[in-house]
Design a protein around this ligand. Structure first.
Ligand code: IMP
Ligand code: MG
Length: 174
C-alpha cells in the first residue's frame, strides 16, 4: 500500500464545489446547462457539482484515454466511449478531474466544438498550471495545486483511490 498524505480535506473540497456550483448557476441563469462528465476521473466531481447547480441540468458521459503509462500523459488521445447525445445548440460544460499538460482537454474542446454547441466551457476540480504544455482556457477551477501526483475524488493511481473523499498526494510517486 502507498502512503497518502491529505492535500485538500473533504470539507474544503465540498465547500469549494458549492461555491463553483453557485457561480455556474448565476452564470447560466435563464439557461440550461449540459454537463459532459469525462470518465472515469470526473465522475465524483460531476455528481457533486450537478447537485449544487440550480438551473436545469442534463448530463452525458464520455471516456477518453491517453496512450501512455499511469502517471504521464502521452499527448495522443483516443475516444473510448463517445457521447450518447448531440451537442447541437446546447450550452456545454465539460467537467474534468484535473488539467495537467492540457492535452486531453485541448483535443476534446476542438473535437466537441465541431458538433455545433451554442457555447462550450470547461470546469475542473484541479489544475496544475505549472505542467501546462497545451494552452486551454479553463472557465471554472476549484483548486490550483503544485506539481504533485494526487488521488481521490475521482483521481486514481493505477485505478485505486478514486473513492477517497479528499484530495491526497501519493508519497513517492513522480
Ligand atoms: P492532461 O495531461 O491535461 O491531458 O491530463 C490527462 C489526465 O491525466 C487527467 O485527466 C488525469 O486523468 C490524469 N492525471 C494528470 N495528473 C494526475 C494526477 O496528479 N493524479 C491522477 N491523474 C492525473
Ligand atoms: Mg481525466
Amino acid at each position: 500500500m502507498e502512503k497518502i498524505r491529505v492535500l485538500i480535506p473533504e470539507e474544503d473540497v465540498d465547500r469549494k464545489i458549492g461555491e463553483i456550483g453557485a457561480q455556474i448557476s448565476r452564470d447560466y441563469a435563464g439557461k440550461e446547462v449540459h454537463l459532459i462528465c469525462v470518465l472515469k476521473g470526473g465522475v465524483f466531481f460531476t455528481c457533486e457539482l450537478a447537485k449544487r447547480i440550480t438551473v436545469p441540468v442534463s448530463l452525458d458521459f464520455m471516456s477518453v484515454s491517453s496512450y501512455g503509462d499511469d502517471t504521464k500523459s502521452s499527448g495522443v488521445v483516443r475516444i473510448v466511449k463517445d457521447l450518447d447525445e448531440s451537442l447541437k445548440d446546447k450550452e456545454v460544460l465539460i467537467v474534468e478531474d484535473i488539467v495537467d499538460s492540457g492535452r486531453t482537454l485541448s483535443y476534446l474542446v476542438d473535437m466537441l466544438k465541431d458538433r455545433g454547441p451554442k457555447s462550450i466551457r470547461i470546469c475542473t476540480l484541479l489544475d496544475k498550471p505549472s505542467r501546462r504544455v497545451k494552452a486551454v482556457r479553463v472557465d471554472y477551477t476549484c483548486f490550483s495545486i503544485p506539481d504533485e501526483f494526487v488521488v481521490g475524488y475521482g483521481l486514481d493511481y493505477a485505478q485505486k483511490y478514486r473513492n477517497l473523499p479528499y484530495i491526497g498526494v501519493v508519497e513517492g510517486v513522480e
